[in-house]
Each structure stands twice: as structure tokens, then as C-alpha cells.
Design a binder for this molecule. Structure first.
Ligand code: T5A
Ligand code: NA
Length: 207
């Protein structure tokens, strides 16, 4: 995509239980309230055939090779690519709960080669803004529902946190996710409004 006028691709990333889903919905409601066209998306999208295999794996009910799982997560994004691009080009902003960065961070934390992990993500729509909900693995672990799924283990989350650090780039904003629900939302608002406005005016720079 070039410098067309379009919606923004805003991604929320962070450790399990950092508050992504809660903040994603809150942010979408806020942006809608300003009159923008905006939708909440999430990956994995568990509603597709690929997504249901991922869900079975995450729930512990299926054993799969680590590389096969990695490619399933990536394929789950690719199967949504056309729809994502259409929405963005039509001026709709997408607030996405996890994206390629989760794919890379979680698989690399298992010990898979970083470049191998990144390769299948190349060519997917690029995020205009990545909001990283920053919380220590220890603090996330005491939050509700922790431990229900495969990756929700303290030692593993520490490795994921290290991988995320290595992925941070210039389109990232680090948000202190230890704050209250309302405070975290406040911290994200301004930069989101600015990003959406840049995209709608065609002032963004896509690689
Ligand atoms: N994965 C994902 C990969 O390995 N590769 C990939 O490519 C992708 C896309 C499932 C797993 O898949 C892995 C990563 C994950 O391990 P998921 O479906 O996004 O991914 O996981 P969920 O279990 O749905 O979500 P999370 O565990 O990541 O939680 P969230 O969305 O970060 O947190 P949220 O909003 O649900 O909140 C968690 C709890 O904390 C409380 C909430 O009330 C809730 O109880 N909370 C707060 N408490 C205090 N202060 C605050 N500010 C709070 N905000 C929320
Ligand atoms: Na979530």
C-alpha cells in the first residue's frame, strides 16, 4: 500500500493478561464516539477452520509441532489479509488485539530461529501503530484467568517478554499497563487519534 488515504492499522501487543482485549474494546468505543469508522479485530481469529485448530492446541487438547503451530498462526492472519486491506482502503480503522509480533515473540520464545519466525509474516499489512501494554510477567500472573491456556506460565512469559523487547521499533508506543484500566486507556488515546488522522489524510509512511 502506498500513501493513500485510508484507515489506520492499530495493534495491541503484550504478555498474556496485560489487558489487551479490555483496552481494545475500550479504544474502539472511544474512537467510534469521535465519529470514526472503526472495528475491533483479534488474532488468533478462532472462528475459522485454522483458528479452531489453534484454539484446540492452546486449550491443550491437541499436540502439534512447534513450527506447524507457528505457520497456523501466520496462516490465520493471511486468510484475513484481503478483508483487512479492503476495510483499511475503505477508510475503516482496525484496532487489532495481537498480530505478527505475537506470532514472532511466542515462537521465538520456544527457541525457534527468529528470522525463520519472521519470514511468513512478510507481506501482511504493516501496523501504523503498535501499543505495547507493558507489565512484568509476575504482575500479569496475578490477574484473573491466568493459567487457563498453554502459554500462561511464568517462565515462558519471561522469555516472551525478552523477545518482545527485541522487536520494538519506531512505530511502537510503550504503555504502562500496571495502571488502572482508565489510566491505561488515557495513555493510549492521543497517539491513536494522531495516527488515525495521519492515515485518513494520507500522511502515513508505509514500508
Ligand atoms: N499467540 C497468539 C501465538 O503464540 N502466536 C500468535 O501469532 C498469536 C496471535 C492466545 C495465545 O496465543 C498466543 C498468545 C497467547 O498466549 P489470545 O486469544 O489473545 O492469545 O489470549 P487471551 O487469553 O484471550 O488474552 P490474554 O491472556 O492475552 O489477555 P489480555 O487480552 O491481555 O487481557 P484481558 O483484557 O483479557 O485482561 C486480563 C485480566 O486482567 C484484568 C481483566 O479484568 C482480566 O481479568 N485487567 C486488569 N486488572 C487490573 N488493572 C488493569 N489495568 C487491568 N486490565 C485488565
Ligand atoms: Na485477550
Amino acid at each position: 500500500m502506498g500513501a493513500e488515504k485510508r484507515g489506520a492499522l492499530i495493534v495491541l501487543e503484550g504478555l498474556d493478561r496485560s489487558g489487551k482485549s479490555s483496552q481494545c474494546h475500550r479504544l474502539v468505543e472511544f474512537l467510534k464516539g469521535t465519529g470514526l469508522k472503526v472495528e475491533a479485530w483479534r488474532f488468533p481469529d478462532r472462528t475459522t477452520a485454522i483458528g479452531s485448530s489453534i484454539s484446540a492446541y492452546l486449550g491443550g487438547g491437541a499436540e502439534l509441532d512447534d513450527r506447524a503451530v507457528h505457520l497456523l498462526f501466520s496462516a490465520n492472519r493471511w486468510e484475513k489479509r484481503l478483508q483487512m486491506e479492503k476495510k483499511l482502503m475503505a477508510g475503516t480503522t482496525l484496532v487489532v488485539d495481537r498480530y505478527s509480533y505475537s506470532g514472532v515473540a511466542f515462537s521465538a520464545a520456544k527457541g525457534l530461529d527468529l528470522e525463520w519466525c519472521k519470514a511468513p509474516e512478510v507481506g501482511l499489512p504493516a501496523a501504523d501503530l503498535v501499543l505495547y501494554l507493558d507489565i512484568s510477567p509476575e504482575e500479569a500472573a496475578v490477574r484473573g484467568g491466568y493459567g487457563d491456556e498453554r502459554y500462561e506460565q511464568l517462565d515462558f512469559q519471561k522469555k516472551v517478554a525478552l523477545q518482545y523487547k527485541g522487536l520494538q521499533g519506531k512505530r511502537w508506543k510503550i504503555v504502562d499497563a500496571r495502571q488502572s484500566f482508565d489510566q491505561v486507556h488515557e495513555l493510549m488515546r492521543e497517539t491513536c487519534v494522531k495516527t488515525v488522522s495521519n492515515c485518513l489524510n494520507g500522511c502515513h509512511h508505509l514500508s
